[in-house]
Design a protein around this ligand. Sequence first.
Ligand code: ASP
Length: 437
Amino acid sequence: MGIKVAKFGGSSVADAIQIKKLKDIVEGDGDIKYVIVSAPGKRFKDDSKVTDLLYLCKTHIEHKIPYEQIFQVIYDRYTSMEADLGVDVGIAGDLEEIRKEIENGASVDYIASRGEYLNAKIIAAFLGFAFVDAKDIVRFSDKGKFLEDVTNDSINRVLSGVDKAVIPGFYGEKLDGSIKTFSRGGSDITGAIIARAVDAEVYENWTDVSGFLMADPRIVDDPKPINSISYMELRELSYMGASVLHEDAIYPAKVADIPINIRNTNKPEDAGTMITAQPQVDPDQIVSGIAGKKGFTVIGVYKSHLASEKGFIRKLAGIMEDNDITIEHLPTGIDTMSVVLDNKMINGKLDEIVEEMQSQLKPDTLEVVEDISLIATVGAGMAARKGTSATLFTALAGAGVNVCMIDQGSSEMNIIVGVEEKDFETAIKAIYNAFVE
Ligand code: ASP
Protein backbone atom coordinates (compact mmCIF):
# COMPACT_ATOMS: atom_id res chain seq x y z
CA MET A 1 0.00 0.00 0.00
CA GLY A 2 1.16 3.50 -0.81
CA ILE A 3 0.91 6.70 1.20
CA LYS A 4 -2.46 8.16 2.09
CA VAL A 5 -3.01 11.86 2.72
CA ALA A 6 -6.03 12.67 4.89
CA LYS A 7 -7.57 16.10 5.20
CA PHE A 8 -10.06 16.78 7.98
CA GLY A 9 -12.50 19.65 7.54
CA GLY A 10 -13.72 22.14 10.17
CA SER A 11 -16.54 20.04 11.64
CA SER A 12 -14.21 17.04 11.91
CA VAL A 13 -11.81 19.02 14.11
CA ALA A 14 -14.30 21.27 15.89
CA ASP A 15 -13.57 20.01 19.41
CA ALA A 16 -11.90 17.26 21.46
CA ILE A 17 -14.72 14.77 20.75
CA GLN A 18 -14.23 15.12 17.00
CA ILE A 19 -10.45 15.06 17.25
CA LYS A 20 -10.66 11.75 19.13
CA LYS A 21 -12.63 10.34 16.17
CA LEU A 22 -9.89 11.65 13.89
CA LYS A 23 -7.32 9.82 15.99
CA ASP A 24 -9.23 6.53 15.72
CA ILE A 25 -9.40 6.94 11.96
CA VAL A 26 -5.71 7.79 11.58
CA GLU A 27 -4.51 5.11 13.99
CA GLY A 28 -6.75 2.57 12.29
CA ASP A 29 -4.95 3.09 8.99
CA GLY A 30 -1.16 2.99 9.12
CA ASP A 31 -0.97 4.20 5.51
CA ILE A 32 -2.17 7.68 6.53
CA LYS A 33 1.13 9.54 6.77
CA TYR A 34 0.13 13.15 6.38
CA VAL A 35 -2.86 14.75 8.03
CA ILE A 36 -4.05 18.19 6.92
CA VAL A 37 -6.42 20.02 9.21
CA SER A 38 -8.82 22.94 8.98
CA ALA A 39 -9.47 25.36 11.81
CA PRO A 40 -12.16 24.27 14.30
CA GLY A 41 -15.55 24.59 12.61
CA LYS A 42 -19.06 24.57 14.04
CA ARG A 43 -19.85 22.20 16.91
CA PHE A 44 -23.59 22.83 16.60
CA LYS A 45 -25.87 24.73 14.24
CA ASP A 46 -25.52 28.24 15.67
CA ASP A 47 -21.88 27.90 16.68
CA SER A 48 -19.14 30.04 15.10
CA LYS A 49 -16.23 28.82 13.02
CA VAL A 50 -12.88 29.93 14.42
CA THR A 51 -11.87 31.32 10.99
CA ASP A 52 -14.97 33.53 10.95
CA LEU A 53 -14.11 34.79 14.45
CA LEU A 54 -10.56 35.57 13.36
CA TYR A 55 -11.79 37.59 10.39
CA LEU A 56 -14.19 39.32 12.77
CA CYS A 57 -11.28 40.33 15.03
CA LYS A 58 -9.59 41.97 12.08
CA THR A 59 -12.72 43.88 10.97
CA HIS A 60 -13.25 45.13 14.53
CA ILE A 61 -9.69 46.40 14.66
CA GLU A 62 -10.09 48.12 11.29
CA HIS A 63 -13.18 49.90 12.59
CA LYS A 64 -11.51 50.65 15.92
CA ILE A 65 -14.05 48.57 17.84
CA PRO A 66 -12.75 46.46 20.76
CA TYR A 67 -12.01 42.93 19.56
CA GLU A 68 -10.89 41.38 22.88
CA GLN A 69 -14.16 39.62 23.62
CA ILE A 70 -14.08 37.82 20.29
CA PHE A 71 -10.44 36.89 20.78
CA GLN A 72 -11.33 35.51 24.21
CA VAL A 73 -13.83 33.09 22.62
CA ILE A 74 -11.05 31.81 20.37
CA TYR A 75 -8.64 31.67 23.33
CA ASP A 76 -11.09 29.61 25.39
CA ARG A 77 -11.78 27.22 22.54
CA TYR A 78 -8.14 26.32 22.04
CA THR A 79 -7.14 26.20 25.68
CA SER A 80 -10.05 23.90 26.52
CA MET A 81 -9.29 21.69 23.51
CA GLU A 82 -5.70 21.37 24.68
CA ALA A 83 -6.87 20.47 28.19
CA ASP A 84 -9.61 18.07 27.03
CA LEU A 85 -7.14 16.19 24.85
CA GLY A 86 -4.60 16.04 27.66
CA VAL A 87 -1.73 17.54 25.66
CA ASP A 88 0.55 20.45 26.47
CA VAL A 89 1.83 22.41 23.52
CA GLY A 90 1.81 25.76 25.32
CA ILE A 91 -1.17 26.95 23.31
CA ALA A 92 -1.82 29.86 25.72
CA GLY A 93 1.65 31.21 24.88
CA ASP A 94 0.94 30.96 21.16
CA LEU A 95 -2.36 32.76 21.63
CA GLU A 96 -0.64 35.58 23.52
CA GLU A 97 1.90 35.85 20.73
CA ILE A 98 -0.92 36.10 18.17
CA ARG A 99 -2.68 38.73 20.28
CA LYS A 100 0.50 40.80 20.20
CA GLU A 101 0.82 40.42 16.43
CA ILE A 102 -2.80 41.50 16.01
CA GLU A 103 -2.15 44.59 18.11
CA ASN A 104 0.90 45.38 16.03
CA GLY A 105 -1.21 45.46 12.87
CA ALA A 106 -0.81 41.89 11.56
CA SER A 107 -2.27 41.25 8.10
CA VAL A 108 -5.70 39.71 7.62
CA ASP A 109 -4.12 36.62 6.02
CA TYR A 110 -1.84 36.10 9.00
CA ILE A 111 -4.73 36.43 11.46
CA ALA A 112 -7.06 34.13 9.48
CA SER A 113 -4.36 31.47 9.11
CA ARG A 114 -3.88 31.10 12.86
CA GLY A 115 -7.01 28.93 13.15
CA GLU A 116 -5.36 26.13 11.21
CA TYR A 117 -1.92 26.77 12.75
CA LEU A 118 -3.06 26.32 16.35
CA ASN A 119 -5.29 23.37 15.56
CA ALA A 120 -2.53 21.51 13.73
CA LYS A 121 -0.16 21.99 16.67
CA ILE A 122 -2.62 20.50 19.14
CA ILE A 123 -3.62 17.63 16.85
CA ALA A 124 0.00 16.77 16.02
CA ALA A 125 0.76 16.43 19.73
CA PHE A 126 -2.37 14.37 20.33
CA LEU A 127 -1.47 11.96 17.52
CA GLY A 128 2.23 11.92 18.38
CA PHE A 129 2.99 13.13 14.81
CA ALA A 130 5.44 15.86 13.81
CA PHE A 131 4.02 19.35 13.27
CA VAL A 132 5.06 20.79 9.91
CA ASP A 133 4.10 24.41 9.38
CA ALA A 134 2.41 25.10 6.03
CA LYS A 135 4.47 28.27 5.71
CA ASP A 136 7.56 26.11 5.25
CA ILE A 137 6.12 24.14 2.34
CA VAL A 138 3.34 26.02 0.54
CA ARG A 139 4.70 28.92 -1.49
CA PHE A 140 3.20 31.97 -3.16
CA SER A 141 4.83 34.66 -5.31
CA ASP A 142 5.11 38.18 -3.92
CA LYS A 143 1.96 39.02 -5.86
CA GLY A 144 0.15 36.14 -4.18
CA LYS A 145 0.14 33.62 -7.03
CA PHE A 146 0.39 30.01 -5.89
CA LEU A 147 3.76 28.56 -6.97
CA GLU A 148 3.11 24.99 -7.94
CA ASP A 149 6.60 23.76 -8.72
CA VAL A 150 8.36 25.56 -5.89
CA THR A 151 5.75 24.16 -3.50
CA ASN A 152 6.15 20.63 -4.84
CA ASP A 153 9.90 20.83 -4.33
CA SER A 154 9.67 22.15 -0.81
CA ILE A 155 7.05 19.59 0.21
CA ASN A 156 9.31 16.82 -1.05
CA ARG A 157 12.36 18.29 0.62
CA VAL A 158 10.72 18.91 4.00
CA LEU A 159 8.54 15.80 4.18
CA SER A 160 11.19 13.36 2.96
CA GLY A 161 12.65 13.36 6.44
CA VAL A 162 9.30 13.16 8.25
CA ASP A 163 7.46 9.87 8.56
CA LYS A 164 4.14 11.16 9.86
CA ALA A 165 3.04 14.76 10.17
CA VAL A 166 0.12 17.06 10.78
CA ILE A 167 0.07 20.12 8.53
CA PRO A 168 -2.25 23.11 8.81
CA GLY A 169 -4.35 23.73 5.69
CA PHE A 170 -5.46 27.00 4.10
CA TYR A 171 -2.23 29.00 3.98
CA GLY A 172 1.37 29.25 2.94
CA GLU A 173 4.10 31.84 2.68
CA LYS A 174 4.95 34.42 0.05
CA LEU A 175 8.54 34.76 -1.11
CA ASP A 176 8.81 37.91 1.02
CA GLY A 177 8.08 35.83 4.13
CA SER A 178 4.53 37.04 4.78
CA ILE A 179 1.58 34.68 5.23
CA LYS A 180 -0.92 34.20 2.40
CA THR A 181 -4.16 32.21 2.57
CA PHE A 182 -6.05 30.44 -0.20
CA SER A 183 -9.71 31.31 -0.74
CA ARG A 184 -12.22 30.21 1.92
CA GLY A 185 -12.39 26.46 2.30
CA GLY A 186 -8.77 26.35 1.12
CA SER A 187 -7.61 23.48 3.33
CA ASP A 188 -9.03 21.19 0.65
CA ILE A 189 -6.51 22.73 -1.72
CA THR A 190 -3.60 22.20 0.69
CA GLY A 191 -4.58 18.55 1.05
CA ALA A 192 -4.65 18.01 -2.70
CA ILE A 193 -1.32 19.78 -3.19
CA ILE A 194 0.35 17.60 -0.58
CA ALA A 195 -1.24 14.43 -1.96
CA ARG A 196 0.17 15.30 -5.34
CA ALA A 197 3.66 16.13 -4.10
CA VAL A 198 4.06 12.90 -2.13
CA ASP A 199 2.38 10.92 -4.92
CA ALA A 200 -0.27 9.58 -2.58
CA GLU A 201 -2.20 6.47 -3.45
CA VAL A 202 -5.36 8.23 -2.35
CA TYR A 203 -6.35 11.64 -1.00
CA GLU A 204 -8.96 11.19 1.70
CA ASN A 205 -11.12 14.21 2.37
CA TRP A 206 -12.90 13.70 5.71
CA THR A 207 -16.00 15.77 6.30
CA ASP A 208 -19.46 15.44 7.87
CA VAL A 209 -21.26 13.73 4.98
CA SER A 210 -20.70 10.28 3.48
CA GLY A 211 -19.75 11.63 0.06
CA PHE A 212 -21.73 13.34 -2.65
CA LEU A 213 -25.37 12.64 -3.25
CA MET A 214 -26.91 11.82 -6.63
CA ALA A 215 -29.25 14.79 -6.41
CA ASP A 216 -29.91 17.80 -4.21
CA PRO A 217 -31.55 16.52 -0.98
CA ARG A 218 -33.63 19.72 -0.83
CA ILE A 219 -35.39 18.49 -3.99
CA VAL A 220 -35.19 14.69 -3.88
CA ASP A 221 -36.02 12.86 -0.64
CA ASP A 222 -33.09 10.90 0.69
CA PRO A 223 -31.05 10.70 -2.54
CA LYS A 224 -28.56 7.85 -2.87
CA PRO A 225 -24.86 8.57 -2.39
CA ILE A 226 -22.53 8.51 -5.39
CA ASN A 227 -20.16 5.60 -4.81
CA SER A 228 -17.79 6.41 -7.61
CA ILE A 229 -17.52 9.24 -10.11
CA SER A 230 -14.87 10.45 -12.54
CA TYR A 231 -13.32 13.91 -12.43
CA MET A 232 -15.01 14.74 -15.73
CA GLU A 233 -18.48 13.76 -14.55
CA LEU A 234 -17.96 15.69 -11.34
CA ARG A 235 -16.94 18.76 -13.27
CA GLU A 236 -20.20 18.58 -15.26
CA LEU A 237 -22.21 18.28 -12.06
CA SER A 238 -20.43 21.10 -10.27
CA TYR A 239 -20.74 23.36 -13.31
CA MET A 240 -24.47 22.76 -13.12
CA GLY A 241 -24.67 23.81 -9.52
CA ALA A 242 -23.97 20.68 -7.46
CA SER A 243 -21.89 21.66 -4.46
CA VAL A 244 -18.80 19.56 -4.70
CA LEU A 245 -15.13 20.26 -4.07
CA HIS A 246 -13.60 23.54 -5.19
CA GLU A 247 -12.05 23.26 -8.67
CA ASP A 248 -8.64 24.28 -7.27
CA ALA A 249 -8.85 21.40 -4.80
CA ILE A 250 -9.52 18.87 -7.51
CA TYR A 251 -6.88 20.04 -9.97
CA PRO A 252 -3.67 18.91 -8.17
CA ALA A 253 -5.07 15.44 -7.51
CA LYS A 254 -6.47 15.19 -11.01
CA VAL A 255 -3.23 16.04 -12.82
CA ALA A 256 -1.40 13.46 -10.75
CA ASP A 257 -4.16 10.88 -11.26
CA ILE A 258 -4.73 10.51 -7.52
CA PRO A 259 -8.22 9.38 -6.50
CA ILE A 260 -10.04 11.56 -3.98
CA ASN A 261 -12.17 9.78 -1.43
CA ILE A 262 -14.81 11.88 0.36
CA ARG A 263 -15.41 10.29 3.79
CA ASN A 264 -17.52 10.97 6.87
CA THR A 265 -15.64 11.40 10.17
CA ASN A 266 -18.87 10.63 12.05
CA LYS A 267 -19.52 7.46 10.03
CA PRO A 268 -16.08 6.07 9.16
CA GLU A 269 -17.68 2.74 8.22
CA ASP A 270 -19.24 4.37 5.13
CA ALA A 271 -17.13 4.05 1.97
CA GLY A 272 -18.00 7.57 0.81
CA THR A 273 -17.54 8.81 -2.75
CA MET A 274 -14.45 7.88 -4.74
CA ILE A 275 -13.45 10.37 -7.42
CA THR A 276 -11.23 8.80 -10.06
CA ALA A 277 -9.61 9.71 -13.36
CA GLN A 278 -11.35 6.94 -15.30
CA PRO A 279 -15.09 6.41 -14.83
CA GLN A 280 -15.95 3.13 -13.12
CA VAL A 281 -19.17 2.37 -14.92
CA ASP A 282 -21.72 0.42 -12.91
CA PRO A 283 -24.07 -1.33 -15.35
CA ASP A 284 -26.87 -1.13 -12.80
CA GLN A 285 -26.40 2.60 -12.31
CA ILE A 286 -25.56 4.38 -15.53
CA VAL A 287 -26.43 7.85 -14.22
CA SER A 288 -23.93 9.23 -11.73
CA GLY A 289 -25.79 12.34 -10.71
CA ILE A 290 -28.37 14.96 -11.59
CA ALA A 291 -27.88 18.67 -11.02
CA GLY A 292 -29.43 21.86 -12.26
CA LYS A 293 -29.46 25.63 -12.14
CA LYS A 294 -32.08 28.29 -12.61
CA GLY A 295 -31.61 31.68 -14.23
CA PHE A 296 -31.10 31.20 -17.98
CA THR A 297 -32.54 32.76 -21.14
CA VAL A 298 -32.92 30.95 -24.44
CA ILE A 299 -32.93 33.00 -27.64
CA GLY A 300 -34.20 30.88 -30.52
CA VAL A 301 -33.35 31.97 -34.05
CA TYR A 302 -35.21 30.64 -37.09
CA LYS A 303 -34.01 31.41 -40.58
CA SER A 304 -34.69 29.40 -43.70
CA HIS A 305 -31.51 27.97 -45.20
CA LEU A 306 -29.59 28.87 -42.06
CA ALA A 307 -27.74 25.58 -42.35
CA SER A 308 -26.11 26.66 -45.61
CA GLU A 309 -25.31 30.22 -44.54
CA LYS A 310 -21.60 30.76 -43.98
CA GLY A 311 -20.36 32.69 -40.97
CA PHE A 312 -23.66 32.63 -39.08
CA ILE A 313 -22.23 31.19 -35.87
CA ARG A 314 -19.26 33.56 -36.09
CA LYS A 315 -21.59 36.57 -36.26
CA LEU A 316 -23.70 35.26 -33.40
CA ALA A 317 -20.62 34.57 -31.29
CA GLY A 318 -19.29 38.02 -32.17
CA ILE A 319 -22.41 39.70 -30.80
CA MET A 320 -22.02 37.81 -27.55
CA GLU A 321 -18.32 38.56 -27.34
CA ASP A 322 -18.93 42.27 -27.95
CA ASN A 323 -21.37 42.21 -25.05
CA ASP A 324 -18.91 40.33 -22.88
CA ILE A 325 -21.18 37.30 -22.62
CA THR A 326 -20.15 33.66 -22.70
CA ILE A 327 -22.46 31.22 -24.47
CA GLU A 328 -23.66 28.38 -22.23
CA HIS A 329 -25.11 26.17 -24.96
CA LEU A 330 -25.76 26.41 -28.66
CA PRO A 331 -28.12 23.66 -29.77
CA THR A 332 -28.74 23.72 -33.50
CA GLY A 333 -31.28 22.33 -35.97
CA ILE A 334 -31.40 22.56 -39.77
CA ASP A 335 -32.79 26.06 -39.92
CA THR A 336 -32.78 26.89 -36.23
CA MET A 337 -30.25 27.75 -33.63
CA SER A 338 -30.83 28.51 -29.97
CA VAL A 339 -28.38 30.33 -27.81
CA VAL A 340 -28.59 29.71 -24.08
CA LEU A 341 -27.28 32.51 -21.89
CA ASP A 342 -26.86 32.96 -18.17
CA ASN A 343 -29.09 35.81 -16.89
CA LYS A 344 -26.23 37.08 -14.73
CA MET A 345 -24.17 37.56 -17.89
CA ILE A 346 -27.00 39.29 -19.76
CA ASN A 347 -27.13 41.76 -16.91
CA GLY A 348 -29.99 43.93 -18.22
CA LYS A 349 -28.67 44.02 -21.81
CA LEU A 350 -31.25 41.63 -23.32
CA ASP A 351 -32.99 44.23 -25.49
CA GLU A 352 -29.68 45.42 -26.93
CA ILE A 353 -28.57 41.89 -27.67
CA VAL A 354 -31.84 41.00 -29.38
CA GLU A 355 -31.64 44.17 -31.47
CA GLU A 356 -28.10 43.37 -32.55
CA MET A 357 -29.15 39.83 -33.42
CA GLN A 358 -32.05 41.14 -35.49
CA SER A 359 -29.88 43.55 -37.44
CA GLN A 360 -26.80 41.38 -37.94
CA LEU A 361 -28.32 37.91 -38.32
CA LYS A 362 -31.54 38.92 -40.09
CA PRO A 363 -33.56 35.95 -38.83
CA ASP A 364 -37.07 35.11 -40.06
CA THR A 365 -38.17 34.91 -36.45
CA LEU A 366 -36.46 35.32 -33.14
CA GLU A 367 -37.99 34.06 -29.93
CA VAL A 368 -36.86 34.88 -26.40
CA VAL A 369 -37.77 32.61 -23.50
CA GLU A 370 -36.72 33.89 -20.11
CA ASP A 371 -36.69 32.08 -16.75
CA ILE A 372 -35.37 28.80 -18.01
CA SER A 373 -33.59 26.30 -15.83
CA LEU A 374 -31.07 23.79 -17.06
CA ILE A 375 -30.81 20.27 -15.74
CA ALA A 376 -27.86 17.99 -16.41
CA THR A 377 -28.15 14.23 -16.20
CA VAL A 378 -24.59 13.00 -15.99
CA GLY A 379 -23.20 9.51 -16.33
CA ALA A 380 -20.23 8.08 -18.20
CA GLY A 381 -22.20 4.88 -18.67
CA MET A 382 -24.96 6.58 -20.65
CA ALA A 383 -23.08 6.61 -23.96
CA ALA A 384 -23.02 2.87 -24.37
CA ARG A 385 -26.61 2.29 -23.26
CA LYS A 386 -29.50 2.30 -25.72
CA GLY A 387 -32.69 4.03 -24.68
CA THR A 388 -31.16 6.48 -22.19
CA SER A 389 -32.71 9.54 -23.78
CA ALA A 390 -35.98 7.69 -24.23
CA THR A 391 -36.08 7.01 -20.48
CA LEU A 392 -35.26 10.64 -19.73
CA PHE A 393 -37.85 12.19 -22.03
CA THR A 394 -40.55 9.67 -21.15
CA ALA A 395 -40.01 10.57 -17.49
CA LEU A 396 -40.30 14.27 -18.20
CA ALA A 397 -43.38 13.85 -20.39
CA GLY A 398 -44.95 11.65 -17.73
CA ALA A 399 -44.40 14.39 -15.17
CA GLY A 400 -46.04 16.95 -17.46
CA VAL A 401 -42.80 18.88 -18.00
CA ASN A 402 -42.32 20.71 -21.27
CA VAL A 403 -38.73 20.51 -22.53
CA CYS A 404 -37.70 23.67 -24.34
CA MET A 405 -34.06 22.87 -25.07
CA ILE A 406 -31.96 19.72 -25.40
CA ASP A 407 -28.20 19.52 -25.60
CA GLN A 408 -25.97 16.49 -25.41
CA GLY A 409 -22.23 16.91 -25.12
CA SER A 410 -20.18 15.02 -27.70
CA SER A 411 -18.84 12.75 -24.97
CA GLU A 412 -22.45 11.56 -24.48
CA MET A 413 -21.71 11.75 -20.78
CA ASN A 414 -24.22 14.48 -20.19
CA ILE A 415 -27.74 15.26 -21.39
CA ILE A 416 -28.83 18.79 -20.65
CA VAL A 417 -32.45 19.84 -20.85
CA GLY A 418 -33.92 23.31 -20.49
CA VAL A 419 -37.26 23.48 -18.68
CA GLU A 420 -39.31 26.37 -17.35
CA GLU A 421 -38.25 27.37 -13.85
CA LYS A 422 -41.65 26.42 -12.42
CA ASP A 423 -40.97 22.82 -13.55
CA PHE A 424 -37.41 22.65 -12.20
CA GLU A 425 -38.02 20.57 -9.07
CA THR A 426 -40.63 18.30 -10.75
CA ALA A 427 -38.21 17.59 -13.59
CA ILE A 428 -35.31 16.68 -11.29
CA LYS A 429 -37.51 14.36 -9.25
CA ALA A 430 -38.84 12.69 -12.41
CA ILE A 431 -35.36 12.11 -13.83
CA TYR A 432 -34.08 10.80 -10.50
CA ASN A 433 -36.98 8.39 -10.14
CA ALA A 434 -36.59 7.14 -13.69
CA PHE A 435 -32.87 6.37 -13.41
CA VAL A 436 -32.23 5.71 -9.77
CA GLU A 437 -35.28 4.49 -7.97
N1 ASP B 1 -10.67 27.56 7.83
C1 ASP B 1 -10.78 28.02 6.49
C2 ASP B 1 -12.20 28.43 6.21
O1 ASP B 1 -13.06 28.38 7.06
C3 ASP B 1 -10.27 27.03 5.51
C4 ASP B 1 -10.90 25.65 5.56
O2 ASP B 1 -11.53 25.28 6.54
O3 ASP B 1 -10.75 24.91 4.60
O4 ASP B 1 -12.47 28.88 5.12
